[in-house]
Write a protein that binds this ligand. Structure first.
Ligand code: 4AD
Ligand code: MG
Length: 434
């Protein structure tokens, strides 16, 4: 008889479970049989356990059927929990019934396949232990960030994705046909967060942002999860303090709540627990000096690409802030440094160990004149930003904000070589399916 209530696989490992009967259901991780005994490993969301089934207990027909269940086939198991030092975790379930939900076809994913094939079969590849661990940590990161925002009294708001403005620079925006007019997929929610600032003072949003960057690098995807924060009455120092507290907090929470996942993925939890504030801060000018001394062909005005960012942090264990970039390298909305209009009040937070930019931050320009000048310089039409200028006309206040790429954060946190392995269905210039 099919039971109506099921236990989790984790139940089999409870201290008092030995000798008790459990009803499990899940997916077959692997199986083999020899001499009338079937050994399989059953997985559910709480873990995996070895199941043994004997021909003389199950009966010939049921045993033969169970033997033919494929990897990733789905089954139900009734049985008794027993100790067995040879089984993973020291416990096994001795089956009295194996019910087949879907015996499955041969699972197409196994080791020694090309990365391209695995990307084609991503909808199945995401069942691997690595991906399971990765997406648990991702959920924990989002939970921790939201909890931090709540403690800091920052309000979550819901900005749009479809927009008539290409905020970070028109060339990298995906253009859509919006009922015959051009529309864009949002590259940032920032301008909308700024609008929500006047009534709420501290706001954040978690949205997908889109970048039509052709760059095939291990740190770019065309669709990424973007947590953006906007704070009224905030200057650059206040902003960096907020960012580093948030960053350290999420590291500590993940180290406490996901130690097993971190270990599995090759990041000792102690390394995240050790992240402490304040983070070192250097100016862009100092970064250029350092890079020149190290032989990079850079000068004041050069953009810092992955190679340069890597060199700045490759031997560091702590994240590094680089502040006050040349105006021409940065977005139109960034505040010109008072007394030094060549630079803007902006900061990038670079991940340790050479991982590069994880956070982009700045104080926002409050002068409409400066905004128009910068928009013209990048070839944008200022008239499309009239609504944004309104924000400067009605109770404008000093304010600042930042965006953190969740997949960039995870790439460093989980030591992934490629950013695509921090998102279940990565979008890159060569792929938007499955
Ligand atoms: O530095 P960015 O372009 O800044 C902004 O969009 C600001 N408007 C954010 C704000 O102040 N509200 O992007 C912010 C972060 C980067 O530091 C990076 O972590 C991530 O977004 N990011 C990407 N992540 C993955 N793939 C890409 N192509 C990314 N582009 C940016
Ligand atoms: Mg940036």
């Amino acid at each position: 008889m099919t039971p109506t209530r099921f236990d989790s696989v984790a139940r089999a490992f409870d201290p008092d479970a030995e000798g008790s009967t459990v009803h499990l259901r899940g997916w077959v991780l692997r199986s083999r049989s020899s001499g009338g005994i079937l050994f399989l490993v059953l997985r559910d969301r709480t873990g995996f356990v070895q199941v043994t089934g004997r021909r003389d207990v199950l009966g010939d027909a049921a045993f033969d059927a169970a033997e033919h269940v494929q990897v990733e086939g789905s089954i139900e198991v009734d049985g008794a929990v027993a100790s067995d030092p040879r089984a993973p975790g020291g416990r096994e379930v001795r089956a009295t019934r194996i019910g087949i939900v879907d015996a499955g076809e041969p699972f197409p994913i196994f080791s020694e396949q090309t990365e391209e094939f695995r990307l084609d079969k991503r909808h199945l590849a995401i069942r691997s232990q690595e991906f399971v661990a990765t997406f648990r940590v991702k959920a924990e990161v989002l939970r921790a960030l939201r909890a931090f925002m709540e403690r800091e009294e920052v309000l979550e708001i819901t900005p749009p994705i479809i927009t008539g403005n290409a905020a970070e620079g028109g060339s990298e925006a995906f253009v859509i046909d919006y009922f015959g007019r051009p529309g864009y997929l949002g590259q940032t929610a920032q301008l909308y967060l700024e609008a929500m600032l006047a009534p709420h003072e501290r706001v954040y949003g978690v949205t997908y942002s889109f970048r039509a960057e052709k760059s095939r690098t291990p740190r770019h995807i065309t669709e990424f999860l973007h947590l953006e924060v906007e704070l009224a009455w905030c200057d650059l120092d206040g902003l960096l303090d907020f960012i580093e507290r948030m960053f350290a907090d999420v590291c500590h929470v993940v180290s406490e709540r996901c130690p097993k996942e971190l270990e599995l993925l090759g990041r000792p939890p102690a390394e995240l627990a050790a992240i402490s504030t304040p983070f070192p801060r250097i100016t862009y000018a100092q970064a250029i000096d350092r890079l020149e001394r190290e032989g990079f062909p850079v000068h004041w005005g050069s953009d810092l690409g992955s190679a340069e960012e890597r060199a700045l942090t490759i031997s560091e264990r702590a994240p590094l802030f680089v502040v006050r970039y040349p105006r021409e390298l940065k977005a139109f909305y960034m505040l010109q440094t008072p007394g030094d209009p060549k630079t803007v009040e902006a900061a990038d937070l670079l991940g340790p160990e050479g991982y590069g930019e994880i956070v982009g931050a700045s104080c926002r320009e409050t002068s409409i004149e400066h905004l128009i000048e910068r928009l013209r310089a990048i070839g944008a039409d200022p008239s499309a930003y009239e609504w944004y200028f309104d924000l400067r006309r009605h109770g404008n206040v000093p304010h600042a904000g930042f965006g953190i790429g969740i997949e960039r954060l995870l790439r460093w946190m989980l030591r992934r070589e490629h950013i695509r392995d921090t998102t279940p269905f990565p979008r890159t210039p060569s792929r938007h399916t499955p």
